[in-house]
Design a protein around this ligand. Structure first.
Ligand code: ADP
Length: 611
């Protein structure tokens, strides 16, 4: 009998009870199937027993008067046994799982077996001697009791089997004429009932046994699934561990080879780890720093209090922070300026477990910045002052105040004045951008009537536009609007936009200046009919030293700083600046500023008067 089965099927050809098969979708059905299977299992020994007992009876009664009858009965017994065996084979080879059908067939088989024994009692019993009758009665009683073991897994099949024997046998006993047999006949129903009750009880025992087995299968299956899941999770964990180890190796490689210093501290600023670049930066070997306090070892002693204070603030912030100028101390006693980014690593409770610091020496960079500033101030004082007086002198000569000058000389001094002015513009632009970017630039804001400022600036730039044979055009009835701005710097912005427009306009062209109120903002537009702004240049136009075509601008003059300064100035005045294509060709540069309401104007004016 095979115990092998495909894991998902309950039966194969044999009685399949695989240890690892999936529990039946319907346990009640499965239990019935188990009970039926038990019946069929028992049918083979039952049939063999029947044949054996039948053979003994036949031998015993061979010499009797009714030998033929006995032989016929024996043949019927063989036929029924063969049919029951055939049923057993059919059950083994069944393809359906209609358990109720197989149970019905088994019940028919049981009834046939029972009735066969009943016939034996009814036909053979009365015609024999007392001894033979006792022999038969003994055997029949044994068969009735023995049937319990064979049919008890479905109790009513036993009831059918036993009734087939008992009914005719009781009848025969009752009519035997012997008092003892009549008493036996009276006892027969009690005997029958007692046996059926035992079969019924056994049926329950079988059923609960099968149920326990079914439950066990379920538990075993669940355990199998769980084991598979645990194995899968274990595998995932192993994979994750491998990945973590790999990325750990990668990270330490990064840190090892990185040109910047990487250090790890605990929350007390004790050095836990550092890379070779950090060793180079501070001049300490790893072993000399690990376990030591970084604030004491890597910073000047006179700044310990300050450093402890920012370290505490940083820890309480629990966020990455960049310290752009930290005065650090090397092992050889040299002061260096460093820039460090500190990143805290926290646990679930937000406690800092360690701090990763990445930094570099910026001493040389600071020195370069200092030199640049020195150069700028030299430019400012040593270059601008004499240049201003040169231009002033040339202006005096060119204006004719000092008397007439020869034409050749005048041409040269005019060129000298123009180029001197360009040089001064460049120096002024450089100084402006430097001041703005270092945050040292201050505005002198006041209430400005932007319409009149525009008109005045146009007049100021007329001479420049004339040089390019360009006309500056402004509407006569501009909407009056007041803004809070530094008038000198606003003129500088408008002048820059006008001079660009004039420079890039075709000869004889016009530049229109517009002023529009748009809600709480005023928009000033400078519209030219020039070549427009090339696509590739649009994103850079407000950057420093940005020029679309440097050869063209070299002819027209300019530094590429004008728009960068304009943008920063307008933004300092809380406005915005931009450009767009002018419909019909050319470009429109515009800026917008917040308009002041009447109340704001009078408040600001009072404030100005009080100062
Ligand atoms: P620059 O002093 O060179 O004029 P700007 O910052 O004012 O510097 O302008 C930068 C560049 O933007 C110019 O060189 C030019 O290429 C382009 N540009 C500015 N205004 C105009 C305009 N109205 N039309 C065409 N190109 C312009």
């Amino acid at each position: 009998m095979s115990t092998e089965a495909a894991p998902t099927t309950t039966y194969t050809g044999e009685f399949a009870v695989p240890a690892d098969h999936a529990p039946a979708a319907d346990p009640t059905r499965q239990i019935l199937a188990d009970r039926v299977e038990q019946l069929y299992r028992q049918s083979v020994p039952g049939t063999l027993l029947t044949l054996f007992v039948g053979a003994i009876i036949t031998v015993e009664l061979w010499t009797s008067f009714y030998r033929d009858l006995t032989v016929i009965w024996w043949l019927i017994t063989i036929a029924i046994s063969a049919a029951r065996y055939g049923l057993y084979r059919a059950y083994l080879e069944r393809v359906d799982h209609d358990e109720k059908k197989w149970l019905r067939w088994m019940a028919i088989g049981a009834l046939a077996a029972g009735v066969n024994w009943g016939i034996a009692s009814a036909v053979i019993f009365p015609s024999h001697t007392d001894n033979q009758q006792v022999f038969l009665a003994f055997i029949l009683a044994g068969l009735i009791s023995g049937g319990i073991a064979l049919f008890a897994s479905v109790w009513w099949t036993y009831a059918i089997y036993a009734v087939g024997i008992i009914l005719p046998f009781t009848y025969v006993l009752a009519n035997s004429g012997s008092r003892m047999f009549v008493e036996l006949a009276l006892l027969m129903p009690v005997f029958y009932l007692a046996n059926v009750v035992v079969a019924y009880r056994l049926d329950h025992v079988f059923t609960s046994g099968f149920k326990a087995r079914e439950d066990y299968r379920g538990v075993a299956q669940e355990q199998k699934v769980m084991t598979a899941q645990i194995e899968e999770q274990l595998q995932e964990l192993l994979n994750a561990r491998r990945e973590v180890e790999a990325s750990g190796r990668k990270l330490s490689l990064f840190a090892e080879r990185a040109p910047i210093a990487v250090l790890e501290f605990d929350a007390n600023a004790t050095v836990l780890e550092m890379n070779p670049a950090a060793e180079n930066l501070f001049g300490y070997a790893l072993g000399e720093l690990v376990g030591r306090n970084a604030l004491q070892m890597l910073f000047p002693a006179d700044e310990l209090g300050i450093n402890e204070s920012w370290w505490r603030d940083f820890l309480s912030g629990v966020e990455p922070a960049t310290f752009s100028r930290l005065r650090c101390l090397r092992r050889d006693g040299l002061d260096i300026m460093c820039e460090f980014t500190l990143t805290p690593l926290v646990n679930d409770e937000d406690d800092v477990i360690s701090v990763i610091a990445q930094g570099r020496d910026i001493t040389q960079q600071i020195e370069a910045e200092r030199l640049k500033k020195e150069f700028t101030s030299t430019l400012s004082h040593e270059l601008r002052t004499p240049l201003t007086s040169i231009i002033g002198s040339l202006q005096l000569i060119n204006s004719g105040v000092l008397g007439d000058v020869e034409k050749d000389v005048s041409e040269l001094t005019t060129i000298a004045e123009r180029n001197g002015q360009r040089l001064l513009d460049l120096i002024n632009d450089l100084l402006d951008i430097e001041k703005i970017e270092s945050g040292k630039f201050t505005l002198a804001p006041e209430v400005v009537s932007i319409d009149s400022l525009l008109r005045d600036t146009l007049v100021l730039n007329k001479g420049f536009a004339d040089r390019y044979h360009v006309q500056l055009v402004i509407g006569k009835d501009l909407a009056p609007a007041k803004v809070e701005a530094d008038p000198k710097r606003l003129v500088q912005v408008v002048t820059n936009l006008l001079s660009n427009a004039a420079k890039f306009s075709p000869e004889g062209g016009a530049v229109d200046v517009t002023l529009k109120l748009d809600g709480d903002r005023v928009r000033v537009g400078v519209h030219d009919r020039g070549p427009g702004i090339p696509d590739a240049f649009r994103s850079r136009i407000f950057s420093r030293f940005a020029q679309a075509d440097s050869t063209a601008t070299r002819q027209k003059g300019g530094t590429g700083l004008g728009l960068a300064i304009c943008k920063r100035l307008i933004e300092l005045m809380h406005g915005s600046i931009g450009f767009e294509d002018r419909p019909g060709g050319g470009s429109t540069f515009y800026f917008e500023l917040p308009v002041l309401g009447d109340k704001a104007v009078s408040n600001l004016e009072q404030l100005g008067a009080a100062q």
